[in-house]
Design a protein around this ligand. Structure first.
Ligand SMILES: CC(C)(COP(=O)(O)OP(=O)(O)OC[C@H]1O[C@@H](n2cnc3c(N)ncnc32)[C@H](O)[C@@H]1OP(=O)(O)O)[C@@H](O)C(=O)NCCC(=O)NCCS
Length: 189
């Protein structure tokens, strides 16, 4: 279990956003977040606008059912403004996905969630994290591409962006600049 799992960690920055692992009782607030996503966001997240939000929230609120890791971002004490999940696959890779409430986008929340998920993937011995992204989802592609070295493939109208996990510990301990250094955001630990 990584230090951030199961605890709240205050994130600096104007928004005062904090990130913690999902706990029992988060389901309703996750459902509120997902319910608030507009049609474009739903299509970008689930590749369909006809998602069953309550079912998606139930799945998201119980990552332990599939040995996944779920993180939530809070503004203040109550407002759940972001969610991310890492689902480990059998081959040492993991898939990640994100939702951030529209008013809270472009504050680095997804980027911070991605970094936390990759740290956890390293702890779990996973070697690669990837996300499947629709080509018009510029923000998600930017978050993944700006994280660091990556590869991309495209099939069936979906872009798969893959990030190597093996570089993460080196990057964190090295403290060097370059392509893999964390970029400045309004949301920092
Ligand atoms: C895609 C999504 C998760 C991105 O969330 P986000 O919190 O806005 O992402 P970030 O803020 O980390 O980064 C997104 C953009 O903000 C920029 N950004 C990061 N920190 C920033 C800051 N402090 N100030 C301004 N912009 C910032 C990023 O560089 C990127 O901008 P760019 O495209 O101009 O390079 C969000 O738009 C969303 O929920 N979309 C709908 C669901 C979805 O598409 N999910 C992904 C499916 S895998």
């Amino acid at each position: 279990m990584t230090p951030f799992c199961g605890e709240s960690r205050q994130l600096a920055g104007a928004a005062g956003v904090r990130i913690r692992e999902i706990v029992a009782g988060d389901e309703d607030r996750i459902a509120e977040l997902l319910d608030g996503l507009d049609a474009t966001s739903r299509r970008r997240r689930w590749f369909t606008g006809a998602v069953d939000v309550r079912r998606a929230a139930d799945w998201a609120a119980h990552p332990e059912r599939c040995s996944a890791l779920g993180l939530v971002a809070f503004a203040g004490e109550e407002e759940l403004v972001g969610h991310a999940v890492l689902v480990a696959l059998a081959d040492g890779r993991a898939e990640v996905a994100f939702e951030v409430a529209a008013p809270w986008r472009h504050h680095g929340i997804a980027g911070t969630l991605l970094r936390r998920l990759i740290e956890e993937a390293a702890v779990r011995g996973l070697h690669e994290v990837h996300a499947e992204v629709l080509p018009d989802n510029a923000d998600m592609l930017a978050v993944l591409r700006e994280h660091g070295p990556h590869t991309e493939s495209r099939a069936g109208g979906v872009v798969t962006v893959s990030l190597r996990v093996a570089d993460e510990p080196r990057r964190r301990s090295g403290g060097c600049g370059g392509a893999t250094a964390p970029r400045p955001t309004a949301v920092t630990e």
